[in-house]
Write a protein that binds this ligand. Structure first.
Ligand code: NZQ
Ligand code: ZN
Length: 394
């Protein structure tokens, strides 16, 4: 196992009506003027935005609003937000939404607090931020884990590059309000994509080629089983509070570092392969991960079939094969069957992408940063490997 540091400074306020505390919470953090940042229309339509504005008014906190964040959030809106914050002397950002809104808020927070450079440089990893405006979150979709994470993922829509910022604790939200009821209005596709993303944040840390801590493995396996159990319930009963709560808490725990204690920095190849798809073809993140995972798994499992067999046995109750290899492959198939059961794609075709060999070649070239980097740790993947996995996933 690896040495590790575990730091999760985000205060979680979980449960019914917790979003009504927003104003008083912001006050307790000394917020004077807040940017309320949100997405397309869901928070307006549900009345959430209005409730939040009322809560801030009651607490005597002034605010300005900036909506319009799209999934795979755009750099241009971040730039707009930075200018708005400077003009309005904003000292706190409140993200009302999912990963895209939170990541956009983090980008704005970085941009305002580091005026000495262009914010995109943090995503190109040319510079490291030294500060960030404080951020609070009202989560409306269980998926990205950005409400507790140290990263922000943004798309430069001009270059079609989707990139993660340098990881720093500076952008970890000060608080996150998790009210499962706020996720009742999610369309099934977003609910399912979110569940895949939560699973993948755990699997990216679980599939490592080293000795791991039993406690970390057990926590990860319990988390994955919980999501696999509750996701199908939510397909049938979108307003099942208990199932929403299980998935919501799993989402935060899957990406706050807990399931990576002792496993180094994880694998993350599927995320890198997906981010390229998101940047170029604007696909939904979780669905993109589902479309790639099986191909990645079949490409790499021979490095350590025992690890995949453990996953099959402890997470999916599959251990009938004659050896680790058989169980590993049966586990991969079962996971793909699970994705199908919640209407998620298991290849690019099902994701709605019909790519030519040339387009796949280009994706691999982009994902390898023009053939200058490898990704993954379970098995290190170069540009050629990436291309083969994309082709397998076609
Ligand atoms: O814009 P609105 O109208 O709100 O609609 C959103 C959006 O279309 C909708 N939605 C959200 N809450 C809703 C709702 N619709 C009805 N009712 C609600 N309560 O859902 C759609 C997707 O929202 P988005 O924020 O994009 O979803 P998600 O949380 O999955 O975030 C995805 C983004 O997070 C990044 C992904 O790459 C992607 O860009 N990630 C961020 C990470 C991080 N910062 O740590 C880690 C992840 O691995 C991931 O890469
Ligand atoms: Zn993810």
């Amino acid at each position: 196992m690896k040495n590790f540091e575990y730091f999760t400074p985000t205060k979680i306020i979980f449960g019914e009506d917790t979003h009504l505390q927003t104003g008083s919470l912001l006050k307790s953090y000394g917020a004077k003027k807040v940017l309320i940042h949100y997405g397309g229309h869901s928070a307006v339509k549900s009345g959430l935005l209005e409730q939040i504005q009322t809560s801030l008014k009651e607490a005597g906190i002034s605010y300005v609003t900036l909506g319009g964040v799209v999934p795979n959030p755009h750099l241009s809106l971040i730039r707009e937000g930075i200018e708005l914050c400077k003009k309005e002397n904003i000292d706190f950002i409140l993200a009302v939404g999912g990963g895209s809104v939170i990541d956009s808020a983090k980008g704005i927070g970085y941009g305002v607090a580091n005026p000495w450079t262009d914010v995109w440089n943090f995503y190109l990893k040319k510079e490291t931020p030294t500060d960030c405006l404080p951020i609070g979150v009202i989560l409306t979709i269980a998926a990205s884990g950005s409400e507790m994470s140290s990263s922000s993922v943004v798309t430069n829509e001009e270059t079609k590059q989707k990139r993660g910022s340098s990881k720093t604790d500076l952008c970890r939200p000060k608080f996150a309000i998790l009210n499962p009821r706020l996720t009742f209005t999610l369309p099934p596709y977003q609910t399912a994509s979110g569940c895949v993303d939560i699973l993948m944040h755990t699997m990216e840390r679980y599939f490592v080629n080293m000795d791991t801590l039993e406690i970390t493995d057990s926590l990860s396996e319990a988390l994955m089983k919980t999501v696999i159990h509750n996701a199908p319930i939510l397909m049938e009963e979108p307003d099942n509070y208990k199932a929403r709560a299980e998935v919501m808490w799993a989402g935060s725990l899957s990406h706050n570092g807990l399931t990576g204690c002792g496993t180094g920095s994880g694998d993350w190849a599927c995320h890198q392969l997906e981010h390229e798809l998101g940047g170029v073809y604007d696909v939904t993140h979780g669905a993109g991960l589902a479309a790639l995972w099986g191909s990645w798994a079949r490409y790499v499992y021979t490095e350590n079939p025992g690890r995949f067999a453990q996953f099959a046995s402890n997470v999916l109750n599959i251990s009938q094969g004659e050896n680790d290899e058989q169980n590993a492959l049966a586990g991969i198939q079962a996971m793909e069957d699970f994705f199908h059961s919640i209407h998620m794609p298991v290849n690019l075709h099902e994701l709605g992408l019909h790519l030519t060999e040339e387009e796949i070649h280009d994706l691999a070239f982009r994902c390898s940063f023009e053939d200058t980097r490898t990704i993954g740790s379970f098995r290190k993947l170069n540009r050629n490997d990436m291309e083969k996995i994309y082709l397998m996933a076609r």
